[in-house]
Design a protein. Structure first.
Length: 122
């Protein structure tokens, strides 16, 4: 295919003005929080992560499809979010993820994505 015939790249949706990050990324972990709230069982969350590890920001929004994924405004937040994704996936894989640790990581992720408007779970 000729490069001029390719589909134009998409803009990343649902950008939070305060952080410059897409709150759409939260879909990577929202189902985990719902499962924990529904069952209270961290083992279900661990099983879900092991079955499908959570994606980093640029994995969720690949540069082959999206434009302006990482910007000057959000680059620090993206880097910290990716570190939390690695931590969450690694802890689930080695079996050390506790409920308290998951809640802490989830809330930090929401803070990075949503800024002052973040909602926390407990």
């Amino acid at each position: 295919m000729n490069p001029s015939e390719r589909e134009p790249k998409q803009e990343v949706d649902q950008i939070e003005p305060e952080t410059g990050m897409s709150v759409d990324w939260s879909n990577e972990v929202f189902g985990l929080a719902l499962a924990l709230q529904r069952t209270g069982d961290i083992n279900e969350v661990v099983a879900m992560i092991r079955k499908r590890p959570r994606r980093k920001y640029e994995e969720r929004f690949p540069l082959s499809i999206y434009t302006e994924v990482v910007t000057k405004q959000n680059e620090g937040g993206v880097r910290r979010l990716d570190e939390l994704v690695d931590r969450l996936n690694n802890m689930a894989n080695v079996g050390t993820l506790t409920r308290e640790e998951f809640v802490s990581i989830y809330n930090k992720m929401n803070d990075l994505l949503r800024g002052r408007g973040a909602k926390h779970i407990s």
